[in-house]
Write a protein that binds this ligand. Structure first.
Ligand code: PPS
Length: 293
C-alpha cells in the first residue's frame, strides 16, 4: 500500500527549497543558520511553541502570550501577532521585518518563540538549558487538509502550488512539504516529551475543552491565574475572536475553518484507507493516538 503514495517523476518541487538533515525546507529557512544554532542566542527562560505547521500553533501562541501577561490583553491587542512573536527559523530575504533571528533579539524576556523545526535540527542548547517547550500536535489528516489550503492561500511562499489535493497528499506522506515528514516530526518530539519536562497539547483536546488547555499552559509556566482570568483568556482566543483579529489574507491562511474532521471533504475513500495503513504502521509502537472527528 505504500506504493499508493509513490511520487510520479513530475512531482512538485519548489525552486529554492532544499533538504537539510532529511528535512524538506523552504528557502525562507537558512541552512547556514541551522548549521550554527549558537546564532539563535537562546536564553534559559525562552518559551517555545513548537509544532508541525497547521497544528494550532497560532492559537497556542495567543493563549501563551496572554498567560505570560497574566491576562492583560494590551500587548496582544495592540501589536500584530507576527510582529510580537518571532518565528525563529523564518528568515525571508525579501521581508527583513519578519526575520525571526533578528526579531528574537529585539524582544524582552521571557521571550515567546515559534518554531516548526523537528527535534534533530532544533537548537540543542534550548533542550540542554531546559527551556519551556510547548508541543502542539494535530491529527495528520486535518493537518494535511489545512496545509493544502495554506499552500494556496500564500502562493509566493510555496512556489505557486497548483496541484490537486491527491497530489498534495502524496507530497505530505513522502515528507516533501515544507518542514518535512509529519511522522518523523511528531515521533521525534513525542519521545522528548515522554522523557523530559515539556507540555504536549493536542488540537482535538483543545477543541473539546479549550479552558483545560489554558489551565495546562498556565500550570506548566507556573503562572497562577484566577478562574476569572483563565476564562477570559480562553474566550479571547476562541476561533471566532481570533478570526476577527486576523482579518484579511492572514485570516484565510491562519484562521480557515478551525474544525476537527474537515479532512473528510478532501480524502477519497481509497486515500483514507491507504493513509490509515501508513499511519498505523508508523505510529504502532508510539503509544500516541489522535481523534479524527
Ligand atoms: S501555522 O501556519 O503553522 O502557524 O498554522 P497553525 O496556527 O499551526 O494552524 C492553523 C490551523 O489552526 C486553526 N486555528 C484554530 N482552531 C480552533 N480555534 C482557534 N482559536 C484557532 N486558531 C487557529 C486554523 O483555523 C487552522 O486550521 P484549519 O483547519 O485550516 O482551519
Amino acid at each position: 500500500m505504500a506504493d499508493y503514495f509513490k511520487l510520479n517523476s513530475d512531482y512538485y518541487e519548489v525552486p529554492g527549497h532544499f533538504t537539510f538533515k532529511d528535512v524538506y525546507l523552504s528557502k525562507y529557512v537558512r541552512k547556514d543558520t541551522l548549521e550554527r544554532p549558537e546564532l539563535y542566542q537562546i536564553k534559559s527562560d525562552d518559551i517555545f511553541v513548537v509544532s508541525f505547521p497547521k497544528s494550532g500553533t497560532t492559537w497556542v501562541l495567543e493563549l501563551t502570550q496572554l498567560i505570560i501577561n497574566k491576562g492583560d490583553p494590551t500587548y496582544s491587542e495592540s501589536v500584530n501577532h507576527f510582529d510580537r512573536i518571532p518565528f525563529m527559523e523564518f528568515e525571508p530575504e525579501n521581508y527583513p521585518k519578519r526575520n525571526g533571528l533578528t526579531a528574537m533579539q529585539n524582544i524582552e524576556s521571557p521571550r515567546l518563540l515559534k518554531s516548526h523545526l523537528p527535534i534533530h535540527v532544533f537548537p540543542p542548547q534550548a533542550l540542554q538549558m531546559g527551556c519551556k517547550i510547548i508541543l502542539v500536535a494535530r491529527n495528520p489528516k486535518d493537518t494535511v487538509a489545512s496545509y493544502y489550503n495554506f499552500y494556496q492561500a500564500l502562493p509566493p511562499l510555496f512556489g505557486d502550488y497548483k496541484g490537486d489535493f491527491s497530489n498534495y497528499l502524496k507530497l505530505f506522506v513522502n515528507g516533501k512539504v515544507v518542514f518535512g515528514d509529519w511522522f518523523d516530526f511528531t515521533l521525534g518530539w513525542w519521545k522528548y516529551v515522554e522523557e523530559k519536562n515539556a507540555l504536549f497539547l493536542k488540537y482535538e483536546d483543545m477543541k473539546r475543552d479549550p479552558r483545560d488547555a489554558t489551565v495546562k499552559i498556565s500550570e506548566y509556566l507556573n503562572c497562577n491565574l484566577s478562574d476569572e482570568v483563565i476564562d477570559e483568556i480562553t474566550e479571547r482566543c476562541s476561533f471566532a475572536r481570533m478570526k476577527t483579529k486576523f482579518q484579511g489574507v492572514e485570516e484565510r491562511a491562519f484562521m480557515r475553518k478551525g474544525a476537527i474532521g474537515d479532512w473528510k471533504h478532501y480524502f477519497t475513500v481509497a486515500e483514507n484507507e491507504a493513509f490509515d495503513e501508513v499511519y498505523n504502521e508508523k505510529m504502532k509502537d508510539s503509544g500516541l493516538s489522535f481523534d479524527w472527528e
